[in-house]
Design a protein around this ligand. Structure first.
Ligand code: ADP
Ligand code: MG
Length: 482
């Protein structure tokens, strides 16, 4: 079968993504009932989240704040009045027979998510972001043909983020979703862990011959559960549509589900249209109006966003885009880097040490970056001692490793051994020793073989365990030899 890049030579891919992010508020979207991931099934329920007759919804204000936060982060329009609508469908994990969502008056419309793909920046246009409630969770056991429903998640607050059909490649779609996770992490509205179902996405896909304006018929792959599968699912669907169209068939509008074991997207049902859901305004929830001052005050406390850091570092500090992307990956790394700069470390140098030595130490023991393990001020000190050649790069790395592996202070570690080149009073001893052990080379040097200088420096570096700087060694050698 043709691979994606080959198909892409003659066909354009059109992809639109819908991402559901669970908002980490204390209570559910329309009740005061708690939601926490991983609790025993059906222990976090209430009449409202079970859809019992007579139970009434009330709105979680924190969820509204979180939606405003998201809208501000992506520079979208935040509406001061919006409303909720019932979206009807039948499924065992939806006890009311409808989901409360937003239809024609969502809280957020428009907005842009900047992403990097193949070293280029793309501004991905959003259509909208709206609030809704989650459904319960069904599990199907194929060995005994049992199905079970856990209603803990029923009614948990979600924000659904919808893009315009502007993504053009499966990898670009994956990067977009990773960016959404990063943004909601930065603004602390959700950990968005896909394994916990806190970020779920649907991918809408169509393809069209290059040069054709009109979009083809789209299909939608539902509930993709990992970043890798986003790419795989879209690729497999592009290939399926390509086969159909190349063979003179048509693509039928449909919903598919990703089968992890078989590595294919399977058709679930021929897709319903919006009118199949019989949307109508929820009569239990009057339209909401919020004050502009509320929106403004949320905008004011918004933290610096990853794409803002990247732009700043690339444009004002000349940091390479790949490095800026890595440094902005989490808000902890980003603020660590910023703190290093406040300690007067040259940004490029700070970037080199963080993404090089420091990340290596965390990778070696397979734990995520933790800003408390090595304080930014300590790394800044090590770098500045190295820059001024008071300690060698070798020593700097050794000190960093000791600091990482122990609870000792940097002062204690520095005092344990003779790291400071300038205070090493044994430089002369080392020079004398090396010269004495290499009389032939000394004679040759004196006869004009100046390139032997690097031979002596090498010997002396070894003798001093790499602790005395090149500069000091060569100065001392020149004194002795000339
Ligand atoms: P639906 O009514 O099926 O939910 P929408 O128009 O609301 O469809 O769009 C849902 C998602 O599908 C959006 O992300 C949108 O960008 C995307 N989309 C719309 N048309 C196409 C298309 N022809 N090809 C690919 N994606 C599309
Ligand atoms: Mg849809």
């Amino acid at each position: 079968m043709n691979n994606i890049e080959t198909i892409n030579k003659d066909w354009d891919f059109v992809i639109g993504i819908e991402v559901h992010v669970q908002l980490e508020t204390e209570s559910k979207m329309f009740s005061t009932c708690e939601y926490t991931y991983g609790k025993n099934p059906n222990t976090l329920t209430c009449p409202t989240s079970l859809g019992l007759p007579g139970a009434l919804p009330s709105i979680n204000e924190k969820a509204i704040d979180f939606a405003i936060k998201f809208g501000s982060a992506v520079n979208a329009k935040i509406h001061s009045s919006f409303s909720f609508a019932r979206k009807h469908y039948f499924y065992p994990d939806l006890p009311k027979g409808y989901q409360i969502s937003q239809f024609d008056k969502p809280i957020v419309t428009g907005g842009i998510v900047p992403i990097w793909w193949n070293n280029k920046k793309y501004d991905i246009k959003l259509t909208r972001a709206h609030l809704e409630e989650d459904a319960g969770k069904s599990t199907h056991n194929s060995s005994n043909n049992n199905s079970q429903v856990d209603f803990n998640r029923s009614g948990a607050p979600l924000i659904e983020i919808v893009t315009e059909p502007v993504l053009t490649h499966p990898v670009q779609a994956k990067i977009f979703i990773q960016r959404i996770k990063q943004i909601v992490n930065y603004i602390t509205i959700s950990n968005a862990e896909m394994e916990q179902g806190k970020l779920r996405c649907d991918a809408n896909i169509s393809i069209k011959k290059k040069g054709v304006k009109e979009f083809g018929t789209k299909t939608e792959i539902k509930n993709i559960n990992s970043f890798r599968n986003v790419q795989k699912a879209i690729e497999s669907e592009i290939k399926r549509q390509h086969q159909l169209l190349e063979n003179g068939h048509q693509v039928e509008q449909a919903s598919l589900t990703w089968n992890n074991e078989k590595n294919t997207a399977e058709i679930m049902r021929v897709k319903e249209n919006a009118d199949d859901y019989r949307y109508f305004p929820d009569p239990d929830l009057p339209p909401v109006t919020i004050k502009n001052s509320k929106i403004e005050s949320i905008k004011e406390i918004l933290p610096t966003l990853p794409f803002e850091f990247e732009n700043k570092w690339i444009n004002t500090y000349n940091v390479k885009p790949e490095e800026a992307i890595t440094l902005a990956s989490t808000r902890y790394i980003a603020s660590y880097f910023e703190e290093m700069i406040k300690h007067n470390v040259d940004p490029k140098n700070a970037s080199k040490w963080i993404t090089g030595e420091l990340f290596r130490l965390f990778n070696e023991i397979n734990i995520p970056f933790d800003h408390n393990r090595i304080l930014a001020k300590d790394l800044a000190k090590i770098i500045s001692l190295n820059d001024s050649e008071e300690i060698t790069t070798n020593s700097a790395k050794e000190i960093l490793r000791k600091l990482f592996d122990s609870n000792k202070s940097i002062e204690a570690i520095m005092n344990e051994e003779d790291y400071l080149s300038s205070t090493s009073n044994n430089i002369e001893d080392i020079v004398n020793k090396v010269l004495k052990e290499n009389p032939n080379e000394v004679a040759r040097f004196k006869n004009g073989e100046e390139k032997l200088m690097s031979y002596f420096i090498g010997k002396m570096m070894k003798e001093s365990k790499g602790r005395i700087s090149h500069k000091i060694i060569s100065e001392e050698l020149i004194k002795k030899l000339k």
